[in-house]
Design a protein around this ligand. Structure first.
Ligand code: MTE
Ligand code: MO
Length: 240
């Protein structure tokens, strides 16, 4: 597929139409899109963020992104939100496969981190406060095998997202059960979702059911529908 060719899948076409719509909007106080009005961050906030570099030297706001003030529900087919019925499988290339209850997860070392969210459709949310367990904690518990090179996040109804193991073990990659100190809402993946702040948000699987370590890459739900396999917002790896 060439760069300009539109993916055939209707969901991807819709996503691209939304993105084009956002890009065509001039500066203004709000954006009408995704079935609602979303406030853009004020100019002071945006200017401060634009001036800031990240510790890795990259600009805080990736190219082509607009800063908004609240997270948007972007849809998807919800899983079972009940905490008591919840199980998370850690499996694949591991020494010891695990099945963790929600309680088990809360007993692990908890971290709270402010991380920015970058959606491929063009919005960025600064300083979302996520609470949960770092992926590296889960990886250490299960013992990742020498063969493992990629991580597949598995979610309700067969949604998956893939990423390289090296990136999955970064300090800011986590499974989160709270956003801004409140239990994750159903729309946003209750009771547990992945958060991979440095890649476009489609990589952050909601309603997470499993984490599978694999030797061979396996492109996920959006990756097989025309989205980029890697999804780096600073390289604008939006579509394949
Ligand atoms: N299980 C699951 N996770 C998912 C999705 C989905 O459809 N199902 N959509 C992805 C996409 S495309 C985006 S942009 C983000 C949106 O998360 P939000 O609704 O919390 O903003 O979730 C990602 N995780
Ligand atoms: Mo998305």
């Amino acid at each position: 597929m060439s760069n300009n060719e539109r993916p055939k899948h209707p969901a991807v076409s819709r996503a691209m139409d939304r993105r084009r719509f956002i890009q065509q909007l001039g500066a203004g106080a709000s954006v009408l899109a995704f079935g609602g009005v979303y406030a853009l961050a004020d100019e002071g906030t945006i200017a401060t963020a634009r001036a800031a570099d990240r510790p890795d030297g990259r600009p805080r706001i990736p190219p082509g992104q607009r800063v908004i003030t609240a997270i948007k529900p972007m849809g998807g087919e919800p899983g079972e939100p009940s905490k008591s019925k919840y199980r998370l499988k850690i499996h694949g290339e591991v020494d010891k496969a695990l099945e963790l209850s929600f309680r088990d997860l809360l007993d692990l070392k908890q971290v709270t981190r402010s991380e920015d969210v970058h959606c491929v459709t063009g919005w960025t949310l600064l300083d979302a406060r996520w609470t949960g367990v770092q992926l590296k904690t889960l990886a250490a518990m299960a013992g990742v095998g020498k063969q493992a090179r990629h991580v597949i996040f598995e979610a309700a109804h067969g949604y998956t997202a893939n990423l390289p193991l090296r990136e999955a073990l970064a300090d800011n990659v986590m499974v989160a059960h709270k956003l801004d100190d409140k239990p994750l809402a159903k729309d946003h993946g209750a009771p547990l979702r992945a958060v991979i702040p440095d890649l476009y948000f489609w990589k952050s699987a909601k309603w997470l059911t499993g984490i599978r370590f694999v030797s061979r890459d396996a492109p996920g739900f959006w990756e097989v529908r025309g989205y980029h396999n890697h999804a780096d917002p600073w390289a604008e790896e939006r579509y394949a």
